[in-house]
Design a protein around this ligand. Structure first.
Ligand code: ASP
Length: 344
């Protein structure tokens, strides 16, 4: 494509609804060939950017995305980092918040925008939200403020919202407004104009070089508490061979039962070297361990507070840190602090 502006953007198509059109033969949805993306979205030619695309082959429904795919996406960005001004990752919406979180932990000193988007309706349908999402994501990936990338972060751009990827959760399986960021404000106002909120955006430290961490350890589990939870279930999870880390989704501000057996089981897991992080089931707000008796004892047992982290960010952060460090202490220390703006 012609390039009047000198701006180059790489679009990485992993799969998901956005890249689908209706097969004229049988009417079923099939993935488009991304090399011809402008044929489906002719508006892209008007940008005047140098747009390149790479496509996964085969493309993936995002339910099949796992750490090996996060590494593949990160490697594509690493290999092309100095040739492009920004990156747009097209991804299924179902696990987009996990991928955005994982990438945010893998990239250190990221100085360029990595904007994930997708759609609820395929790009080949008349009422699609995919065109607008793609066009806005490209514009944000290309945006400069004072000559520097406006948003050098891993973000999700969806339905006129730009939010930090590791703060985001999919909240609707049917509305165009599918994502929200419960505990962190948007990074830009996406309306008639794109207005970036510099005080909410993270910028890399100038002297540090961009690097990519590529190890994950998936010996982790998420346990969602519910009233009446059975001890056998908890013990079967904490007794899982090789399990190194457990996220417990607790009630309210981080509360859990005070039954002796429950606390004993958590303590046993920690004493054997396991790591437990406390994340709230609420769709907003923070864990405050020690506020109530029902969390004070977990704190005393050595459970780490996840504060206001999302479940998606907590599990990807845990996998990332366990892949990175063998030392339990190092993992616990890094878990408790914000690495990429994922918690307050
Ligand atoms: N199942 C699809 C996916 O996540 C849904 C979507 O793209 O929105 O890959």
């Amino acid at each position: 494509m012609n390039n009047k502006s000198g701006t180059a953007i790489l679009i990485i198509y992993t799969g998901g609804t956005i890249g689908m059109i209706q097969d004229p033969g049988n009417g079923s949805l099939v993935p488009i060939d991304f090399r011809y993306i402008s044929d489906h979205v002719p508006e892209l030619r008007k940008f005047g950017y140098d747009l390149h695309s790479v496509s996964f082959d085969p493309v993936k429904d995002s339910s099949n995305i796992d750490p090996s795919v996060w590494i593949k996406i990160a490697e594509i960005i690493e290999e092309n980092y100095y040739s492009f001004d920004g990156f747009v990752v097209l991804h299924g919406t179902d696990t987009m918040a996990y991928t955005a979180s994982a990438l945010s932990f893998m990239f250190e000193s990221l100085g360029k925008p990595v904007i994930l988007t997708g759609s609820q309706l395929p790009i080949g349908l008349l009422r699609t939200d995919g065109k607008e999402n793609l066009i806005t994501a490209i514009e944000i990936a290309a945006a400069k403020e004072n000559g520097l990338p406006a948003v050098p972060e891993v973000c999700i751009c969806f339905d006129n919202k730009l939010v930090r990827g590791n703060r985001t959760t999919k909240m609707s399986a049917e509305h165009f407004d599918a994502f929200y960021s419960p505990n962190y404000p948007p990074l830009a106002e996406v309306g008639l104009h794109l207005k970036y909120f510099a005080n909410q955006i993270r910028y890399p430290e100038k002297e540090k070089k961009f690097t990519v961490q590529k190890s994950f350890d998936n010996n982790v589990a998420i346990l969602k508490l519910f009233p009446g939870i059975n001890r056998k279930l908890i013990q079967s999870i904490t007794g899982t061979e090789g399990l190194r880390g457990l996220i417990i989704e607790t009630f309210g501000s981080g509360n859990a039962p005070t039954y002796q057996w429950f606390l004993d089981d958590l303590r046993n897991f920690i004493e054997k070297g396991g790591i437990i992080m406390n994340v709230t089931q609420c769709h907003g707000g923070s864990v405050e361990m020690g506020l109530y008796e029902t969390s004070r004892q977990m704190l005393a047992a050595g459970v780490v507070s996840g504060k206001d982290i999302t479940s998606e960010a907590s599990v990807t952060k845990l996998m990332h840190l366990l892949g990175r460090y063998q030392s339990r202490d190092k993992v616990v220390k890094a878990l408790a602090k914000s690495l990429s703006g994922e918690m307050s």
